[in-house]
Design a protein around this ligand. Sequence first.
Ligand SMILES: Cc1cc2nc3c(=O)[nH]c(=O)nc-3n(C[C@H](O)[C@H](O)[C@H](O)COP(=O)(O)OP(=O)(O)OC[C@H]3O[C@@H](n4cnc5c(N)ncnc54)[C@H](O)[C@@H]3O)c2cc1C
Length: 376
Amino acid sequence: MDMPIDPELAPFRAEVRAFLETQLPDDIRCAAERATSVFIDPAVSLPWQRILAARGWAAPDWPAEFGGPGWTDLQRYIFAAECAQAGAPNLAPMGLKMVAPVIMHYGTPAQRAHYLPRILSGEDYWCQGFSEPGAGSDLAALQLRAVAAGDDYILNGSKIWTTHAHFANRMFCLVRTSSEGRPQAGISFLLLDMRAPGISVEPIRTLAGDHELNQVFFDEVRVPQANRLGAENDGWSVAKHLLTFERGGKYAPGLIARLGRLRAQPCGDPVFRARIAREAIGLRALQALEMKAMRGQGGGAALYASVLKIVGTETAQRIDTLACDMAGVAAWAEADGQAPATLAVAVPRYLNDRAASIYAGSNEIQRDLVARQLLG
Ligand SMILES: Cc1cc2nc3c(=O)[nH]c(=O)nc-3n(C[C@H](O)[C@H](O)[C@H](O)COP(=O)(O)OP(=O)(O)OC[C@H]3O[C@@H](n4cnc5c(N)ncnc54)[C@H](O)[C@@H]3O)c2cc1C
């Protein structure tokens, strides 16, 4: 299902396709195809990021002044679609797509000069320290304390559900610097070194058996105040800016590629063919919505971010169910290595994707946000 594009963009698409054909190594593509979790391990994604960085394409969304390729929105969309079709692994978003835009927006010149090149090259690998045991949907209830001590803060408390904290050498983190006034008014945004004394990372195994998630404990951890992004007690503004980038996005390119792989399976059952066709039509609509969002037509960025998150994740979950139904016994026979990759990973992907409607703000909360924005 090739995306219809203007003829003047055809050479660009051909250039990207040629690059992917020659530069995407088979072992990386195969590992990506077999991956079952939301974020692929850095052992797979970082070598690919380095290949892209060498071509200047690791951060398609970044402005050219910070090392982006200077593409238009449509070029970025085509690039995402071609990468998905070629089976390239997704790059971890925590550095490139989440903290980088807020460093560009709120960072001092010194912070930008230090962090951005290291994010681009993959030298720094980031995790997101927002949620706590008592603060998920109600994020403003967070309690991890940061008490000023000379030029530092001293942190005590814990973060939970921290994706890839066991790989990360950096965390962007929301901390409580004041208990005065509204809960949102006493939060600050810190950039911290995961190797600082007093930080410990405990694994959390998911239903699918993956180790993606962690709980991170802070015991008298010193973080320089110079590592704060934005003003003290103004971290909520930084976090809200960041969450738009976390939720917004391009769901259709990856899902279209996944559905295409399912369609390629030798299955003539008309019921499955009809379900595939229904999802394909829905994905065309999602693609059109993402295009409208890119052009800023019909709504603000925050509204689109919520709507696309709901539609994208729920479509993914339906495609997971379809893959499991099609895989049948083959999906459960993964251990013998006989099932084609698309079907062999159906069940672990199904399990893993249950979380898609929870993370980045649960879909119930997104529906609430949409209702408030549309209906007041
Ligand atoms: C796979 C995965 C990866 C994650 N990665 C990270 C990460 O890297 N960093 C990080 O900081 N966090 C991460 N999270 C945490 C995620 O952001 C939270 O799980 C999410 O915000 C929900 O919070 P909670 O789990 O505390 O659930 P709760 O907030 O306790 O919600 C429980 C249920 O109640 C519903 N609910 C709550 N409030 C309302 C309301 N007002 N109206 C309607 N329904 C409501 C929710 O939708 C949900 O169904 C991750 C979560 C998962 C599952």
